[in-house]
Design a protein around this ligand. Structure first.
Ligand code: NAD
Length: 353
């Protein structure tokens, strides 16, 4: 039986990691590659990843998605280009209308109904019409500050408050994330960026809060978030970013979801490049107030770069097998590291080895 066939749209830090991980997995292959970077054009997957030349040497980067999706059949296209529903929607549409499942790590796609209910409805209709499924996943949103809290709540008889804190390093992420966080800009530029709305900080709080509220039946009527710069006292250099002393090395984001004046969900997320240079220990913490109270601490943090790459690769075969429609992490099986053959999950009982 043929392998699960995957196209990648976006070959940056995450897209390359996803390609490398899939290369080492069983029963799956990358058959199409789209990225707009001029210096990648016409170059092969193997050359760009520094892998030994193999059969997949024929897979070359193209700036045109039609080219990357032409070697049919394709079971899933992984979109790793954007953060926002509005930007990724046309890409999802282009994939889905070709009858291909779409998996994206765009943060807002983890729960698109949170801020874009109409586009979410449209994507759901498109997916059903073409008999495919759409999923937004990643480390955060996607697991550490939402799905994990939801899972832990399964051991409780009542939840009155959810608190998720993620103290993490931005170092593994690519140019897009560096730009969105304002890495390397001055405090004045940061203030101006927040005023003008050109700095995103962490994208996904609205989606994480909505996912938790939806899953637990813990609605809120007010949602607010704040962002403050983390100014470094020492020069910090990461693979894709640089902040000199006195410049922005990260962002501290907080969010609060409140019902009738009472806080129900609190999200706290200081993230920066090279946190160890400022003596900051990373970690993930969840505190669920209720019966019984549940507290979780993971130290150091789950690696954000590898974590996102893993989430995309691990959910991929389940998405291929999933029912048609716009899905969220609440709809798919519990995430797990897929060490076996992708075909067994993606093609189910039809696979006979
Ligand atoms: P990156 O900047 O390293 O890579 C993005 C790549 O997409 C670049 O190579 C760029 O040339 C390409 N690209 C952009 N628009 C394109 C288009 N229209 N056509 C073809 N190629 C295009 O970024 P990254 O670190 O790989 O992250 C990718 C996205 O995933 C970002 O928006 C990031 O915020 C998001 N992300 C989400 C999570 C999560 O937990 N959900 C985690 C990490 C990254």
């Amino acid at each position: 039986m043929r392998k699960v066939r995957v196209a990648l749209w976006g070959f940056g830090a995450m897209g390359q990691g996803i390609a490398r991980t899939l290369h080492n997995r069983q029963g799956v292959e990358v058959v199409g590659l789209c990225d707009s970077r001029p210096d990648y054009q016409g170059r092969s997957l193997h050359e760009l990843l520094g892998l030994p030349q193999g059969q997949a040497v024929r897979v070359q980067v193209s700036p045109r998605i039609e080219e990357a999706l032409k070697d049919t059949p394709i079971d899933c296209c992984v979109i790793a280009t954007d953060s926002y529903v509005q930007e990724v929607f046309p890409k999802v549409e282009a994939v889905v209308t070709r009858g291909i499942n779409a998996l994206t790590i765009a943060e807002e796609m983890s729960f698109p109904a949170a801020q874009h209910p109409q586009l979410a409805e449209r994507m759901d209709q498109l997916a059903r019409k073409h008999g495919v499924s759409i999923l937004g996943t990643g480390i955060n949103p996607g697991l550490m500050m939402d799905l994990l809290a939801v899972c832990l709540s399964g051991a409780m008889t009542e939840v009155t408050h959810v608190r998720c804190e993620r103290v993490n390093s931005l170092s593994p992420f690519g140019a897009t994330v560096m730009r969105e966080q304002g890495i390397g800009i001055t405090p004045e530029q940061f203030e101006a960026g927040v005023r003008e709305g050109s700095l995103a900080g962490h994208v996904g709080f609205a989606e994480s809060a909505a996912m938790i509220a939806h899953a637990l039946g813990l609605p809120y009527d007010q949602f607010s978030q704040r962002m403050e710069p983390i100014i470094t006292q020492v020069d910090r250099k990461s693979p894709h970013g640089f902040a000199a002393s006195g410049q922005v090395a990260g962002v501290r984001m907080t969010a609060s979801a409140v019902r009738e004046g009472e806080e129900r969900i609190s999200l706290i997320h200081p993230q920066q490049i090279e946190p160890q240079l400022a003596g900051v220990d990373t970690g993930d913490y969840i505190s669920l107030t209720g019966t019984p109270p549940v507290h979780m601490a993971v130290k150091p943090e789950v690696d954000g770069g590898l974590g996102t790459i893993a989430m995309a690769c691990n959910l991929l075969p389940f998405l291929v097998a999933a029912r048609p429609g716009l899905l969220t992490m609440l709809d798919l099986p519990v995430p797990r590291c897929v060490m076996g053959d992708y075909r067994q999950i993606a093609f189910g009982e039809a696979y006979n080895g």
